[in-house]
Design a binder for this molecule. Structure first.
Ligand SMILES: Cc1cc2nc3c(=O)[nH]c(=O)nc-3n(C[C@H](O)[C@H](O)[C@H](O)COP(=O)(O)OP(=O)(O)OC[C@H]3O[C@@H](n4cnc5c(N)ncnc54)[C@H](O)[C@@H]3O)c2cc1C
Length: 330
């Protein structure tokens, strides 16, 4: 029987394990173990449930436009635990000029698609608004080379759009500097929109129209753009482990090195111990995968080393509701 070892027990490794479990359940003869270096499974997903609070130390939601996470929840039988954002409190605020200013209504991936709210918003100066509207006439980029997120937004919509929208809304997702982020890797939909429609505003309006037309054809679902699970994203981790009885999940099993070749791999653990496998799935962060691959696939390791990582800290604060007189819109 073929043996597969998955290295890394974050959501990527766990999803791979569940996929293999489904193969085993449908009769494919496979043996599989997942080796996780830490004490717990889930990787960046770390849900703490304490004193009635659900605290996410890492990710708190996923985007429903990419269907994989929703599909996984459906397969795991936890789709009835999915919760969306609160429709009654849709505002997003940007802290600028010493106060919170609400984003205008009608922004689609930060591109304005409604004239009036955009024209009236105090978030942008008139010069900034006029510069953003230039997007309607600016020609598209001729060559297909990559550029930074900052350069792309500056070129199409100007400096103010970059500082007040792209930086907080888009670069924030990656905890990164828009001057060093590749637009092609992080927001390829903008590049595609420019190539197809020239203008981002025209492109977003066309997409919105197409979505409205298609809405009648698709089965109705209640998914909002961001979705999470009732008891936190940790539910996904717990469900995968519970529903994968044929996978051997090992925590505290940090892989030190891999050697061998396709069909004959040897995985060495820190502190001793060896495992043999026909195939490996590496689901570790890029820089760790690079170290592991260096002896067996140096070219791939060099590419992986180029992916930059930053460290982040998550601070969660809880307040009593009665301390606020307003409706908590946002
Ligand atoms: C604070 C924060 C908030 C985020 N918010 C969101 C969000 O809201 N929505 C969203 O979609 N994404 C979000 N992300 C990104 C998302 O969490 C990650 O992209 C995703 O969880 C990565 O999953 P992964 O399985 O690829 O890697 P990881 O979760 O990093 O898992 C890798 C695993 O490999 C293990 N490992 C490492 N080295 C070894 C080794 N040598 N041997 C064995 N095991 C090893 C690690 O212990 C870890 O468990 C956020 C990230 C952070 C940090």
């Amino acid at each position: 029987m073929k043996k597969i070892i998955i290295i890394g027990g974050g959501i990527a490794g766990l999803a791979a394990a569940y996929r293999i479990q489904r193969k085993i359940s449908s009769g494919t003869p496979l043996e599989c173990s997942l080796l996780e270096g830490g004490d717990q499974f889930g990787g960046k997903i770390a849900t703490e449930r304490s004193e009635g609070f659900i605290v996410e130390r890492g990710p708190d939601s996923f985007i429903s436009q990419k269907p994989a996470a929703i599909q996984l929840c459906e397969q795991l039988g936890i789709a009835d635990h999915l919760v969306g954002t609160n429709a009654g409190t849709p505002s997003t605020y940007v802290y600028t000029g010493g106060k919170l200013v609400s984003m205008p209504d009608g922004l689609s991936l930060m591109i304005p698609t409604k004239f009036l709210p955009f024209a009236l918003t105090p978030l942008f100066s008139w010069a900034g608004k006029i510069r953003m509207a230039f997007d309607l006439v600016i020609p598209k980029k001729v060559d297909e080379s990559d550029e930074s997120l900052a350069s792309f937004i500056r070129r199409r919509m100007g400096e103010e759009a970059l500082r007040k929208m792209a930086e907080p809304m888009l670069a924030g997702i990656y905890a990164s500097d828009p001057e060093t982020m590749s637009i092609g890797s992080t927001f390829p939909m903008f590049v595609e929109t420019e190539r197809k429609y020239r203008s981002l505003i025209i492109g977003m309006l066309a997409r919105k129209k197409a979505m409205l037309l298609n809405a009648n054809k698709r089965p109705a679902n209640n998914y909002t753009l961001f979705m999470t699970l009732k008891d936190g994203l940790g539910e996904m981790v717990e469900a995968i482990i519970k529903k994968s009885p044929d996978i051997q999940f090992q925590s505290g099993a940090r892989v030190e090195s891999i050697s061998g070749k396709e069909g004959d791999w040897c995985v060495k653990l820190e502190g001793g111990g060896e495992n043999k496998a026909d195939a490996l799935i590496l689901a570790t962060p890029g820089h760790i995968t690079a170290q592991l691959l260096q002896p067996v696939a140096p070219n791939a390791a060099e590419i992986l080393k180029q992916i930059k990582y930053v460290s982040t800290a998550t601070v969660t604060l809880a307040y009593k509701r009665e301390g606020f007189s307003h409706a908590l819109d946002g």
